[in-house]
Design a protein around this ligand. Structure first.
Ligand SMILES: [Zn+2]
Length: 392
């Protein structure tokens, strides 16, 4: 009985997901999609064309706007356990593990919510939106007993974001919108021991990370991502696994995608959690020739300033920056205190000093923050690669 029910539940979920994702993405559902229980969709992945040249031309002309926090916006919906499962008849209604808090599963169970959040950021002026896949790796999803659904989540998330971006591009063809497929750090670190008594211990290997990222990348590419974004890098070894998986995927596909790598400085010493300075971090990832490299999350913009300045000085590629709305404050509603105007003023300072090419927001930021940031940097020239390095 049980295996049969399990299988049927899965097929129902696939069916429902295809219809919901299609509806959320504004795609007319075809008969083929309706009748097929297979998740991966068409045999030939509908890959996006290579948009590197288009992005480089835009970045040379103006500062591009990235969206803001996904988690902060999801919180506002106050979804309960039932909602995370997609309701009583939802595709994960019978899942054996609690799902509340698994923001990534919402691309399967509540694509309408994720689509609405993307639309909010695009309406606020975002040129690039991130897929809702920060934790959609098989390693991170194991916490919810959904490791085997990670690839499907990435596929669904990319399709939702693609639909939203394309709808906004159609409204304003002079303002093309892009989908950045987000690859988060996972909840394990390859270079730090989880056991204080055993410095050599690791709870994940490089190869396991490469395998988990490969699945996520497949889904993102097939779902229509334009860019692959390795973000919130606190352990460079994890990021290197993601970059390695990307290189393998590019070899497989016979083409490259533009890549953005964004590190996270976790404390006032100006280092990542795995101990690297900004310059060391850049030197660890520059071999993949990313479209952009930058910093996000952790410290808000005010404390991030010397580090983004350093990145702007050392990196011979475009620089991105999407800080949190200040430092975390557990007493605040969103967990962060900065108003849209405060964050925008700090990011404007980065732009005026020629530090940045792509700006947006991380934890605690909202469409109001992105709207304020977009207004604050509108008309300011983008950083020119090499300017600060020459001056130094
Ligand atoms: Zn963040």
């Amino acid at each position: 009985m049980l295996p049969g029910r399990g299988l049927r539940g899965y097929a129902d979920c696939a069916h429902r997901y295809n219809r919901q994702a299609a509806a959320a993405a504004g795609i007319a559902t075809s008969g083929m999609l309706e009748s097929s229980p297979a998740i991966p969709g068409p045999a030939q992945p509908p890959m996006q064309p290579d948009r590197t040249a288009e992005l480089e031309a835009l970045l040379a002309r103006r500062i591009l706007i990235l969206d803001g926090a996904m988690g902060t916006m999801i919180q506002r919906y106050r979804l309960d356990e039932d909602a995370f499962r997609g309701g009583h008849a939802g595709c994960l209604a019978g899942h054996a593990h609690d799902l509340k808090g698994d923001n990534d599963v919402l691309v399967l169970t509540r694509p309408d919510v994720i689509r609405e959040i993307h639309d909010g950021y695009l309406a606020a002026g975002a040129d690039l939106i991130e897929t809702n896949t920060f934790g959609a790796t098989s390693i991170a999803q194991a916490d919810y007993a959904l490791a085997d659904r990670a690839r499907e989540m990435n596929l669904a998330a990319a399709r939702i974001a693609r639909g939203s971006a394309d709808a906004w591009t159609a409204k304003t063809p002079d303002r093309p919108r892009f989908v950045a497929g987000a690859l988060g750090p996972t909840n394990r670190t390859a270079s730090i021991s989880p056991d204080v008594n055993d410095p050599g211990a690791r709870n994940v290997t490089f190869d396991e990370l490469v395998a988990t990222y490969a699945g996520a990348i497949d889904g993102l590419v097939e779902g229509g991502a334009d860019i692959l974004l390795v973000e919130t890098v606190f352990d460079t070894l994890n990021a290197k696994a993601a970059l390695y998986a990307l290189e393998e995927a590019f070899d497989r596909l016979g083409r490259r995608f533009p890549v953005i790598v964004s590190g996270t400085i976790t404390d006032a010493s100006g280092r990542t959690l795995s101990g690297q300075t900004v310059e060391a971090f850049w030197n660890s990832v520059r071999h993949v020739a990313p479209l952009a490299v930058g910093l996000n999350c952790a410290l808000g913009a005010a404390l991030m300033r010397p580090y983004i300045e350093e990145m702007a000085r050392v990196a011979d590629t475009f620089v991105s920056c999407y800080p949190n709305a200040g430092l975390p404050n557990p007493m605040s509603d969103t967990g962060y205190d900065e108003t849209p105007e405060q964050t925008a003023r700090l990011v404007e300072d980065f732009a005026r000093n020629g530090f940045v090419n792509i700006v947006g927001g991380c934890c605690g930021t909202t469409p109001a923050h992105i709207r304020a940031i977009a207004a604050a940097v509108a008309g300011l020239p983008p950083r020119r690669i090499g300017d600060l390095a020459l001056a130094a």
